[in-house]
Each structure stands twice: as structure tokens, then as C-alpha cells.
Design a protein around this ligand. Structure first.
Ligand code: EPU
Length: 339
């Protein structure tokens, strides 16, 4: 365990926001977790994974836990699948590349998602028709109150669109230490190519029978064309969730905006893309001071350099107001705001 005082937050968040972190506690091994309750002594704390989904508004005075534990290992294998244990501090994208290189299928569509493995189940990361819940076997998590490690199976985590119990009722109670994924082996892969942009990219490349490696490459290319690199332009991916609206509101809106994209949920509700709503309000590519929205994807708020978290938050409030006025929809932030 390494403890550092008064350091800059810049290397620890993909928005590149500068605040002071009073205490950073780096957890590098399993043993570090077991001494944590003694170190924290019931104090409030924050958990930081890759810092790719966080908006820092103020200096952070509560201790920040930075999880650095490493390891990717097959813990069980049968003819058709493997169970892979990934330590929380592993980079998610590196873990995807590792799986693809070993020809283990199921997470290739989740290539290039920033952040660490431990954060993946928290908000049930998803992209291009796949969510981590689809392959998640179990999560191990350390309970601060008693110092024990618990295992939660998929159903116990209550996964939903960008949410799980770790983000709601278990928040601040458990620290995810590892995830166990059930991945398919050669001959047993189920590729998900249904997403329009994937179909198009595969066709452009003349690929008829894609491998998981092809799919990973295609997803990487699509993401690179739409989303900014945090090293170049600070951002935290999608800033808002795609809202789920009632069928009656959907019908009202679609009669006025016949080209509004949507994804069916059930008989009573429909999901609509927040990026489209924000774009329709005229925000795409707008620059406001040092902040703005990305030129290729209005759902991504950016720091053009030197912006504060409060400026980005203020922009997000203005966006929420205009979407509410035009579409009667309340956008919900996907990023975690540290106040
Ligand atoms: N659109 C616009 N203008 C924009 C942005 C989008 O008209 O500025 C339209 C697109 O043309 C498309 C629709 O909105 O018809 C959806 O856009 P896109 O395919 O880019 O996906 P998204 O719904 O904006 C979601 C996830 C992304 C994930 C992609 C691909 C959420 C909040 N976001 O974005 O996840 O990569 O689908 O599956 O669910 C993230 O969570 O950080 C993230 C990047």
C-alpha cells in the first residue's frame, strides 16, 4: 500500500481536470485490502478506477483509493468455455486484447472502453449490442465493514442499463477486487454483428465471416472515428445515459420528429439516444470557453484544456435544460460527479 498526500488529480482522470487530492491510497495487492479498514477507520472515501467516468468539481479531501492489483488467469476450462479471473486494477481494454489474442470470445465488442476491470460491472459497461453482464459469471468484493471478501454471482448484482447494485445499494460498502468472466472457446463463439455501424464497417472491409479478432478491430476503428482520445481531448465518454421514455411521449415526439432514432425496450417504454437529442438542440461541436461537446458525438462533453469541473458541470446543466424544453425529457448523467 502506498499513501501519498497532496497530489494533482490530472493523471488520475480522463477529463484532465486539476484539483488537489489530499490523500491517495494505492492498493497493489490482496494484503493491502485486508489492512484497509484499519487505515480508513470508518472515514468516508472515494474509489478511483481508471478515472474515466468521473467529474471532479472540488479538491478531494476524503481519501481516494486507487486500485492497482494485476492479473488475468483462467481458473476453469471446459471444451466450450473458460472462466477468466481479472484483477480489478487491470486495464479493461488490455484485458479484452488478451482475451482476443487467446481466442476467448464474448467481450470483443467492448474493445477500447476506457477504465479498469473492477469498474466494468459497477455501471455494467456496454457497447455495440453487448454488455458486461452478458458474460459476467461473478464478482468478488471486499466489504470494508468486516474486512471479508464476498463473491456475488451474476443474478445477485441486479444488472441493468449502465447500473448494478454496486452503483446503488452497495455503493461505498463494497470494493470490487476481481471479476470472473465466462468466455467462449474456438468453435463456440456467438458473434454480435447486429449493430449498424459494425455491419457497415465489416462490409467495407469485405469481411463475410468475421473472427472475434476482426470484430475487435472493427469496434476499435468505429470508436476511434467517433470518440476523442482522452490524451488529446479530455473527456469521459458518454456524459449522459440514453433516456428511457414512456411510449406515449415517444409517440408524441416521433410524430413531430419522424427521424428520431430509438431502441425498443418493452410495450410501455422506448430508449432514445441522448446524443441525437443533444445534437438536435444545436450543441454538437459547440465550444464554450474551454469546454464543449465533441464534434463527432454530441453526447461526449470535452475539456479543450484548462477547463474546471464546475464549467463542465454548468455546460451539462445547460444541455439538460435545453433537452427538457425541446423534448420534455430529463437527461441523467452517466458520469459520477464528485462534489
Ligand atoms: N447521434 C446523433 N448525433 C450525435 C450523436 C449521436 O444524431 O451527436 C445519433 C446517431 O446517429 C445514432 C444514435 O444517435 O443514430 C446513437 O449514437 P451512437 O451509435 O453513437 O451511440 P450512443 O447511443 O450515443 C451508446 C453508448 C456508448 C457506446 C455506443 C455504441 C450510452 C450512454 N452510450 O452511445 O457508450 O459506445 O452506444 O454501442 O449508452 C459510454 O458509455 O461511455 C459509451 C461511449
Amino acid at each position: 500500500m502506498n499513501i501519498t498526500n497532496n497530489i494533482s488529480s490530472v493523471p488520475y482522470n480522463t477529463f484532465g481536470l486539476e484539483v488537489n487530492i489530499s490523500t491517495l491510497i494505492e492498493l497493489n495487492s490482496k494484503e493491502d485490502f485486508s489492512s484497509l479498514h484499519t487505515v480508513l477507520q470508518g472515514k468516508e472515501y472515494h474509489i478511483l478506477g481508471g478515472g474515466s467516468n468521473v467529474l471532479l468539481l472540488n479538491d478531494v479531501t476524503a481519501p481516494v483509493l486507487h486500485i492497482n492489483t494485476k492479473g488475468l488467469e483462467v481458473i476453469k476450462e471446459s471444451d466450450d468455455y473458460v472462466l477468466v479471473k481479472m484483477q480489478a486494477g487491470e486495464s479493461w481494454h488490455e484485458a479484452v486484447l488478451w482475451a482476443v489474442a487467446h481466442n476467448y470470445g464474448g467481450i470483443e465488442n467492448l474493445s477500447l472502453i476506457p477504465g479498469k476491470c473492477g469498474a466494468a460491472p459497477m455501471q455494467n459497461i456496454g457497447a455495440y449490442g453487448v454488455e458486461v453482464k452478458d458474460v459476467l459469471h461473478a464478482v468478488t468484493a471486499y466489504k470494508l465493514e468486516d474486512g471479508y471478501e464476498y463473491t456475488f454471482h451474476n443474478e445477485e448484482c441486479e444488472f441493468g442499463y449502465r447500473t448494478s447494485n454496486f452503483k446503488t445499494i452497495w455503493k461505498d460498502k463494497f470494493i470490487i477486487t476481481s471479476i470472473i468472466l465466462r468466455l467462449s472457446k474456438e468453435g463456440h463463439h456467438t458473434l454480435n454483428t447486429s449493430y449498424g455501424a459494425i455491419e457497415k464497417e465489416l462490409a467495407d472491409r469485405g469481411i463475410v465471416q468475421p473472427t472475434i479478432s476482426d470484430l475487435s478491430e472493427v469496434v476499435i476503428a468505429i470508436r476511434q472515428s467517433k470518440l476523442p482520445y482522452p490524451e488529446e481531448v479530455g473527456n469521459a465518454g458518454s456524459f449522459f445515459k440514453n433516456p428511457i421514455i414512456s411510449m406515449s411521449l415517444y409517440e408524441e415526439l416521433v410524430s413531430e420528429y419522424p427521424h428520431m432514432p430509438s431502441y425498443p425496450i418493452d410495450a410501455a417504454s422506448v430508449k432514445v439516444p441522448a446524443g441525437w437529442l443533444i445534437d438536435q438542440c444545436g450543441w454538437k461541436g459547440k465550444v464554450i470557453g474551454q469546454t464543449g461537446t465533441y464534434k463527432n458525438q454530441a453526447l461526449v462533453l470535452v475539456n479543450h484544456g484548462g477547463a474546471s469541473g464546475k464549467e463542465i458541470y454548468a455546460l451539462s446543466e445547460d444541455i439538460k435544460i435545453s433537452v427538457r424544453q425541446k423534448f420534455k425529457i430529463d437527461l441523467e448523467r452517466e458520469v459520477n460527479v464528485w462534489r
